[in-house]
Design a protein around this ligand. Structure first.
Ligand SMILES: [Zn+2]
Length: 591
């Protein structure tokens, strides 16, 4: 029987701050990777990529680690997640144990400030409803027949909590949507749909139901499969406040529960593949839910296991999907992480394959294609290597892909392979790659709406100093004066100042944790990783900080002055206006 984890709510931010304050990142990392003090920081050979000279740096002041080789960085929590393959909550639990801090009660209870936990609870009831229907509903015989035909045992059906949504438009509504409020909640979970002329109807009808659990074990949505050849064959929950399909992986929760030491994960296409493989003892398969694997998916996969094997159909659609998966994987393929590709024989999927060939054949490494081999094989397909033009083309074609990869042994290996094939040498390819850099930067920049202006850099500089030394907040005398300064990033700066004021002991790591999983996180990490050198002269930090703030305030004055003179250019200035301009000019000159 499936034992459910206790319903876990949000961990309060002040508990995370407390935990970070009680944990020294240097001690924590030193317990896994022996660190050496060098200058004001601590160093080691990076545990996340293969290297001979240490470029993995831990800053005690910032409570932050950064590897200059592979770019891995983050807080103590991030380190535990990466190094020990933990999810966020598990990392918190481990740190809390080490620090001897009990996780606050409310974190384990439904949140009162939000209705999200209600939605999780509701879906838990829906799971049980569908499971009961599979056993008891008079039309469930067809569903059971279908599962039997696919070779699914009762035990596996139970383990994955398979259910049956009966035919009809209002089975779920009748059972769980008796009041208006209940119907509203059900519709928030995506299980029922609003009719144009009022009322609701069940989304899933006459389908086998697959509950989708997140890594913490909470039900977040469902997949439903038809029993005949109706379309769509598979139907998924829509995006809801608790279900985001670009992130979740079907089966990951079960895979991690069944396998204490997960080394490898198979990525397959559908629910039935995951379940059919489990039926044959392959309990480490997951499915991305109706979408191509995203970077979020891959980060999650690599955090759970070092080796990821993508399984694709051998047809054209499968090959296209595989190529896309390769492109998504390249930027994430640090040393210590391995990606393989497995192509099913024509007309087969993992389900039929394991049925006819058995587990051993499925798990046989020799039929997998390593990521680099797959890349090279694809590049060779369109190139005639017997000519010099062909050899040059291979190098040309390979460069954009290699440049996606982080530094490390894998990248070097790929360069070596390309050099060998093109009869060139590695140093030449390296030199081409370094001259590729501007191109890389251009593509990154084109994603942003506009180039950074000098003003934004000024805000960036102020934020950078605050990350380095949060106590600088106490030198800000008139925070309100910063409001309504017409410069991008000022709103964020104000939030940051407020956060530090409310948490006087907060470290750089605490600040980063406050914005974990938000759009600000990557930029903040980047600033935290780069601000050590810039601020080496910390004795003059306060002076520099206040200077930058004054400059920022002057922007507002300049703006006001501009407006005033623009408006009044055509008419005569009143004595009042003249006085105002005189004052503003004086202030703006002072900066
Ligand atoms: Zn590294």
């Amino acid at each position: 029987m499936f034992i459910l984890l206790p319903m876990a709510g949000r961990i309060p931010q002040n508990f995370i701050d407390e935990l970070l304050a009680r944990t020294d990142i240097v001690d924590l990392i030193d317990g896994f990777v022996p660190l050496k003090k060098m200058g004001k920081d601590f160093k080691a050979c990076c545990p996340f990529h293969d290297e001979k000279t240490p470029s993995f740096t831990v800053s005690q002041n910032k409570q932050f680690y950064h590897c200059f080789g592979c770019g891995a960085n983050g807080t103590a929590i991030s380190f535990l997640m990466e190094y020990s393959h933990l999810e966020f909550l598990e990392a918190i639990e481990e740190m809390a144990n080490k620090a001897g801090l009990p996780i606050p009660e409310e974190a384990n209870q439904p949140r009162t400030d939000s209705n999200l936990s209600e939605l999780y609870e509701l879906l838990e009831i829906v799971v049980r409803f569908y499971c009961t229907q599979l056993k008891e509903h008079k039309q469930a015989g067809r569903a059971i027949e279908y599962l039997k035909n696919r070779g699914i045992s009762g035990e596996i059906a139970k383990q994955f909590e398979l259910g049956y949504a009966p035919a009809g438009w209002d089975n779920l509504i009748e059972e769980l949507g008796k009041s208006d409020a209940a119907q509203k909640r059900l519709s928030l979970t995506g299980m029922i749909i609003k009719r144009d002329n009022g009322g609701y109807y069940d989304r899933f009808r006459d389908r086998i139901m697959f509950p989708i659990r997140d890594p913490r074990g909470r039900v977040i949505g469902f997949g439903g499969r038809v029993l005949d050849d109706e379309t769509p064959k598979y139907l998924n929950s829509p995006e809801t406040p608790i279900y985001h399909k670009g992130r979740e992986l079907y089966g990951l929760y079960q895979a991690r529960r069944t396998n204490k030491d997960l080394q490898r994960l198979y990525v397959v296409e559908g629910y039935m593949d995951v379940i059919a493989l489990a039926q044959y003892g392959i309990t480490n398969a997951v499915a991305s839910l109706g979408t191509a694997a995203t970077s979020d998916h891959l980060e999650r996969l690599f955090r759970a296991a070092a080796q990821v094997v993508f399984c694709f159909d051998g047809d054209n659609a499968g090959r296209t999907a595989a190529w896309r998966a390769l492109e998504t994987t390249l930027p994430l393929i640090r040393d210590g992480r391995q990606a393989f590709f497995m192509f099913m024989p024509q007309g087969e999927d993992p389900d039929t394959y394991v049925r006819s060939n058995g587990r051993e054949s499925f798990e046989d490494n020799s039929q997998y294609l390593a990521l680099s081999d797959y890349l090279i094989a694809k590049l060779k397909e369109t190139t005639d290597l017997s000519t010099t033009q062909g050899q040059a083309k291979l190098v040309d074609d390979a460069l954009p892909f290699i440049s996606l990869m982080p530094q490390g042994a894998l990248r070097k290996l790929l360069i070596r392979d390309v050099a060998k094939l093109s009869d060139g040498d590695e140093a030449y390819i390296e030199s081409l790659l370094s001259s590729q850099k501007p191109v890389e930067r251009r593509t990154i920049r084109s994603n942003k709406p506009a180039q950074k202006s000098g003003n934004e850099n000024l805000v960036g500089k102020i934020i950078s100093m605050l990350l380095y030394q949060p106590t600088l907040v106490h030198t800000v005398e008139n925070q309100d004066a910063l409001k309504s300064i017409p410069v991008a990033g000022v709103d964020f700066l104000l939030e940051l100042l407020e956060l530090i004021r409310n948490n006087p002991k907060i470290s750089c790591a605490g600040i980063l944790e406050n914005w974990r999983d938000t759009k600000y996180e990557p930029r903040l990490k980047q600033i935290a990783a780069s601000n050590s050198d810039m601020l080496a002269v910390s004795s003059r930090l306060e002076e520099e900080f206040l200077g930058a703030l004054t400059k920022l305030q002057a922007k507002k004055t300049q703006q006001e002055l501009k407006q005033l003179t623009n408006v009044k250019r055509v008419s005569n200035l009143s004595a009042e206006d003249k006085e105002a301009i005189r004052k503003l000019t004086k202030i703006s000159d002072k900066k």
